[in-house]
Ligand binder design. Structure first.
Ligand SMILES: O=C(O)C(=O)C[C@H](O)[C@H](O)COP(=O)(O)O
Length: 206
């Protein structure tokens, strides 16, 4: 898949992370049904690889389902085996190069200018600005001056209002976990998740 194209087109990446595999799977499927085109399942979730495997089986081969918090080369390979189509990392790590070897695009985490350079030169499809809440939209704006060609995806503490602001400052997309998922990862009402998904999809619309 072309991760950068997907991010540019859909502008919203949902991050599922939770203690309950059944609830995580339901959340992934609910997000997909709601029109959220890109979802990552964090490997810190309970039975994350099994959740990815089941979600892949339910959603088919073309859905943009990825694995998050992929730090090691071993995790990158396991995520690929489970059916992840892309990898997300919170930092520059061995999984970036391994993604290249596996042919999987990587959204690589970076915070500082030095890390932005390392992520890009390491082959990242896009740079996940993490934790974005540390500097907010102004910090993204400051980074965009020296890196106008870099595709940034802010992650961490991004609510619907923040999503609009980051996109207005030139982010290609935003990544959203708890403000979107809420209690859905602990078995909360899927109808409420559908409503939050609709609100975030409206917030990222051009
Ligand atoms: O999974 C990783 O490696 C991440 O870096 C993602 C972050 O930890 C949060 O999950 C996103 O933050 P919120 O949208 O505030 O919940």
């Amino acid at each position: 898949m072309n991760l950068l194209d997907e991010l540019r087109t859909h502008r919203l990446l949902a991050i599922v992370r939770g203690p309950d595999p059944a609830a995580a799977l339901t959340a992934v499927l609910t997000l997909a049904e709601s029109g959220v085109a890109l979802v990552e399942v964090s490997l810190t979730s309970a039975d994350a690889l099994d959740v990815i495997r089941r979600a892949r089986a339910a959603l088919g081969p073309d859905y943009a389902l990825g694995a998050g918090t992929v730090l090691s080369a071993e995790d990158a390979r396991a995520a690929a085996d489970a059916g992840a189509a892309f990898l997300v990392t919170p930092a520059i790590s061995a999984s970036l190069a391994e993604g290249g070897r596996l042919g999987l695009p990587v959204l690589a985490g970076a915070l500082t200018p030095t890390e932005v350079v390392q992520a890009s030169s390491g082959g990242a499809a896009a740079v996940k600005l993490f934790p974005a809440s540390l500097g907010g939209p102004d910090y993204l704006g400051a980074l965009r001056d020296p890196f106008p060609g870099t595709a940034f995806v802010p992650v961490g503490g991004v609510d619907a209002d923040g999503a609009r602001q980051y996109l207005g400052r030139g982010a290609v997309a935003v990544g959203v976990g708890s403000p979107l998922l809420g209690d859905a990862v602990r078995g909360g009402d899927p109808a409420a998740l559908r409503e939050r998904a609709a609100a975030f999809l409206a917030a990222v619309r051009r």
